[in-house]
Design a protein around this ligand. Structure first.
Ligand code: KG4
Ligand code: ZN
Length: 356
């Protein structure tokens, strides 16, 4: 089954064609991030206008790149929420129109749950011949994650920890009480004068810091000792603000970036591994833009190496962690509940356990 996925929840306009939930035939992403870099964050109205300009060319390119046409596509999947209302509307209205024109079923998608499905996608082969052969072999052998799974979804707007007993069977066990992990990266980056999106900027600047990770203890780790699986990240930006308002600056930007990254990564790993110890899932799946953070993966691998039992730890490649439509199409395959175009509505406030 070939599904055309459409994603427009924030500042990325994305379309992808995925076969049977795993094989990426095309994955096209246009982003207006550069425009938002000038203002230090997303301006919803501008993001929506950019979506309008990009949506048709992006869908067209995804069909061409996948060598598919409206006749060979079996269904259309579209993000209905959560996200920015103006951006979401561009995707849902386009999907509704195409579903009606092409007479295709349409699958409404919860963007947050869909992020987790990046772990079901096999890697597209690269253009290097030798590597392509190897990757094609690996893609053919790609085993889907096993249930029960524990999934940590860390994106720009959300931080959620969920137990997955199976497809469509999610239980929320924790999340952020205030800012999301990605939001904390973005806001702290702004305070440090680093460009949007803040996560990659902080990660890059942190690499210049020469101090060993275990000495990076400058910022607080809120709620780390509490017996729940919740986080709080809003205090971090206050702590960073205090440091950057010192005149003259006593601490380098690379040190501050490394301190911010370590504080966020530390609490994410600590509390997630506590949940792993309690629920003993078969797999641990990372998802969302922050899952692209190399230090997060490194620290998880270290922690998992010290567990008393085996767990299948998965992190999608960075390009599949950040917003794209391949995981939208994958979600729709594994949670196939087709609707009529008339039934599709936007759901900006949807939660990770909210029904679409
Ligand atoms: O999932 P995503 O692409 O969009 C949302 O659904 O929000 O996540 C975007 C977030 C941004 O906050 C961005 O700063 C963060 O993911 N991010 C990272 C990295 N790459 C993206 N955070 C830390 N390290 C990264 N390498
Ligand atoms: Zn996202």
């Amino acid at each position: 089954m070939k599904i055309l996925g459409i994603e427009t929840s924030c500042d990325e306009t994305a379309a992808a064609v995925v076969e049977n939930g795993t094989k990426i035939l095309s994955n096209i992403v246009a982003t207006s991030a550069e425009m938002h870099a000038k203002t230090g964050g997303v301006i919803p109205e501008q993001a929506a206008r950019q979506q309008v300009l990009s949506i048709i060319p992006v869908i067209n390119e995804s069909l061409v790149a996948s060598r598919q046409s409206p006749t060979t596509i079996d269904a259309i999947a579209v993000t209905v929420g959560p996200g920015l209302i103006g951006s979401l509307l561009v995707g849902t209205e386009t999907a509704r129109t195409l579903a009606r024109l092409w007479k295709k079923p349409i699958v409404p998608v919860n963007h947050l749950v869909a992020h987790i499905y990046a772990n079901w996608l096999s890697q597209p082969p690269t253009t290097q011949p030798a590597e392509a052969t190897l990757q094609a072999l690996l893609a053919g052998n790609h085993q889907p994650p096993t249930f029960p799974a524990l999934a940590l979804v860390v994106s720009g707007g959300h931080t959620d920890l969920v137990l997955m007993a199976g497809h469509g069977n999610l239980e929320w066990i924790g999340g952020t009480r205030d800012d999301a992990a990605g939001e904390a990266f973005d806001k702290c980056a702004r305070l440090l004068g680093l460009p949007y999106p803040g996560g990659p900027s902080i990660a890059k600047t942190a690499m210049e810091c020469q101090i060993s990770n275990d000495k990076l203890q400058m910022f607080p780790r809120p709620m780390i000792g509490e017996k729940n699986f919740d986080w709080s990240f809003s205090g971090l930006k206050t702590a960073v603000l205090r440091e950057v308002s010192h005149r003259p600056l006593t601490i380098s930007h690379s040190r501050l970036a490394a301190e911010v990254q370590e504080a966020i990564v530390d609490v994410l790993v600590e509390k997630t591994l506590r949940a792993v110890n309690k629920f003993k899932p078969k797999s641990l799946l990372l998802a969302g833009g922050v899952a692209a953070n190399q230090r997060l993966t490194e620290k998880f691998k270290f922690g998992i190496g010290h567990l008393a039992f085996d767990i299948d730890f998965r992190v999608p490649p960075p390009k599949l962690c950040t917003d794209n439509a391949a995981y939208i199409a994958s979600y729709a395959f594994y949670n196939y509940s087709p609707s009529l175009w008339q039934e599709i509505d936007t759901r900006p406030e949807l939660t990770i356990v909210g029904q679409v």
